[in-house]
Design a protein around this ligand. Structure first.
Ligand code: ADP
Length: 265
């Protein structure tokens, strides 16, 4: 019987690769000498104290932050810089944009376009970025709205929806692009406790029914344990330890992981 922690179906193909990554904000070095890979179809959760650099990692993959050192590869292609004769050479905006279409992100604060309806939010990028027809994009959007239980809200404006509903729309919007990689940045942290479960259940279903690679930052340790193939514990911008969730949550090697988990569990 397969379990969520079995190896990812296509393990062996790195879909995200960090090589010697450094990220500094001014003099504040947030990430240093960071190396890790995420395989195709793998779901990896980043845990660790606030300020340890987890969200910054997701924002670097989404190219929302400037990479100040090292390299990030998506499907083996450089995302921001390539190495040429030992020097970092920026990739073109066009190349970067092409890679970015493979990546979707769901944010803590939903970030829906407030001036558009729910349906318009979902079809915008498939039409304008992927060049899909309006009919095709609309049909897919309705399918996705059904999946997230919001078929009746297609013509609503985001501001008329609850936080949980807005986040379900944001998940539908990200999935409408058929992303290879889905980045989830504390997607339930801004929600009322009673709607956290419904959002996590939708994401559990996405995890069970698709092969999308996921990089997740969450404080929901039960969810992390259920859906992750791998958990990476961060502290001070470095990986303290990583492994399957049953190992990290039940029998962590490092004192810092034990201290973190005893504070949050
Ligand atoms: P985490 O997600 O683990 O809580 P973050 O990645 O949000 O950590 O933040 C890591 C560090 O980077 C923190 O010290 C934070 O203050 C700093 N940081 C994040 N974003 C910015 C920014 N836009 N400008 C300056 N410092 C930032």
């Amino acid at each position: 019987m397969p379990t969520p922690t079995d190896p990812a179906p296509d393990a062996g193909t790195p879909v995200i690769e960090f090589v010697d990554v450094e990220k500094r904000f001014g003099d504040n070095v947030v990430l240093k000498d960071l190396d890790f890979t995420v395989e195709r179809g793998e779901r990896v959760t980043l845990i660790g104290p606030s300020g340890s650099g987890k969200t910054t990692i997701l924002r670097l993959v989404m190219t929302l932050e400037e990479l100040t050192g090292g390299y990030i590869y998506i499907d083996g292609e450089p995302l921001t810089h390539r190495e040429r004769e030992g020097r970092r050479v920026p990739v073109s905006k066009k190349e970067q944009k092409r890679l970015r279409t493979r990546i979707g992100m769901v944010f803590q604060q939903f970030n829906l376009f407030p001036n558009m309806t729910v349906l318009e939010n979902i079809v915008e990028a498939p039409i304008h970025v992927l060049g899909r027809s309006k009919a095709e994009a609309t049909e897919k959007a309705h399918d996705l709205l059904r999946q997230v239980g919001l078929s009746d809200k297609a013509d609503a404006h985001p501001t008329s929806l609850s936080g949980g509903q807005q986040q379900r729309v944001a998940i539908a919007r990200a999935l409408a692009m058929d992303p290879e990689i889905l980045l989830l940045d504390e997607v339930t942290s801004a929600l009322d406790p009673e709607v956290v479960g419904e959002v996590l259940n939708i994401l559990r279903t996405v995890a069970e029914t698709t092969n999308v690679t996921m990089l997740i930052v969450t404080h929901e340790m039960g969810f992390a344990r259920d859906v992750s193939h791998k958990v990476m514990m961060f502290d001070g911008g470095r990986v303290v330890e990583s492994g399957p969730p049953e190992k990290i949550f039940s029998d962590p090697d490092h004192e810092r992981t034990q201290a973190f988990l005893s504070a949050v569990l």
